[in-house]
Design a protein around this ligand. Structure first.
Ligand SMILES: NC(=O)c1ccc[n+]([C@@H]2O[C@H](COP(=O)([O-])OP(=O)(O)OC[C@H]3O[C@@H](n4cnc5c(N)ncnc54)[C@H](O)[C@@H]3O)[C@@H](O)[C@H]2O)c1
Length: 271
């Protein structure tokens, strides 16, 4: 269903790797709602994924950029404005990666070079993206910037490893930069805290199957899907949420306010 919520709006979408990616679903929904955008991902992801299909489907151009490289980001922002014919209204940061998680290093046995790398990719990149946009004065007034996060920033999920710390940092950057972007450019900055979702990044977390099944049983509305996340992001890019900013918004079927549910209790009841 389309409501034309993003008619005439222009943006940049980071992080569509394959059709399971939250950014992929978001690009499809933004396209349906009338938005136009540039797709971007790390050069290596271009070879691994299938972003070309998405570009074709949505009539978008692709500009490769490593989100940790200021040079790449400068190029991305300038070229996006050329392609889209003016300043930008929306940006989705949908990027996450922990080398410690990938290589199975425990939280209590970090390789700190890897910790640094993961922090740069997953959190500091959000600052770099915003600083590049801010300095280039690339955002239109009443524009909207969204990054994706997970509740391990607030509560302990042992296997989420150093990504928990990266997400806490990411959410803090959203508030800190959101202040300056709001004050100086009338642009809003929020994070969406999404349910566990079966994507490449999600499934990289140890014990993901148990993780997602538990969250499903705990949440009165069940886990939010990638499509649910895409729909929520569309509302945040639209003009209907102009004064929502500096927020960490839970899109999780109610999980974050639960203590226990009947479905979870059942597993512990003695007959
Ligand atoms: N899947 C989940 O369970 C879940 C839950 C909450 C939040 N999130 C967050 O959603 C976001 C999107 O992840 P996803 O689940 O769609 O997985 P995904 O693997 O499809 O997307 C992650 C993306 O990050 C990109 N990336 C990695 N390094 C990069 C770099 N240096 N420069 C630019 N891009 C880079 C990858 O190429 C990939 O496209 C992430 O921030 C993730 O932490 C995911």
């Amino acid at each position: 269903m389309s409501y034309n919520l993003l008619k005439g709006k222009k943006g940049i979408i980071f992080g569509a790797l394959d059709e399971n990616s939250i950014a992929w679903k978001t690009a499809e929904r933004v396209h349906e709602e009338g938005g136009t955008f540039v797709l971007t991902n790390a050069p290596i992801a271009m070879r691994m994924g299938s972003i070309n299909q998405l570009a074709e489907k949505t009539g978008s151009e692709i500009i490769p950029a490593d989100a940790t490289s200021i040079e790449d980001l400068d190029n991305l922002v300038q070229k996006s404005m050329d392609i889209l014919g003016g300043k930008i209204d929306f940006v989705l940061h949908s990027i996450g990666m922990s080398v410690n998680v990938r290589k199975g290093r425990a939280y209590t046995d970090q390789n700190y070079d890897w910790t640094h790398k993961g922090m740069d990719v997953s959190a500091l990149s959000f600052h770099k993206v915003m600083q590049t946009l801010y300095k280039a004065d690339a955002m239109n007034e009443w524009g909207s910037i969204v990054a994706l996060t997970y509740m391990a920033a607030q509560r302990v999920f042992p296997d989420y490893n150093d990504m928990a710390d990266n997400k806490a940092y990411l959410e803090s950057i959203a508030r800190s930069f959101g202040y300056f972007f709001g004050r100086d450019k009338k642009v809003r900055v929020n994070t969406i805290s999404q349910s566990p979702t079966p994507t490449t990044a999600g499934q990289g977390v140890k014990g993901f199957d148990g993780f997602i099944a538990y969250a499903e049983k705990m949440s009165p509305l069940g886990n939010a899907t990638a499509l649910d996340c895409a729909n929520y992001t569309v509302t945040l890019f639209s003009d209907l949420t102009r004064r929502v900013t500096l927020q960490n918004l839970f899109n999780d079927g109610g999980f974050s306010n639960m203590g226990v549910s009947d479905a979870v209790m059942e597993g512990f009841m003695e007959e």
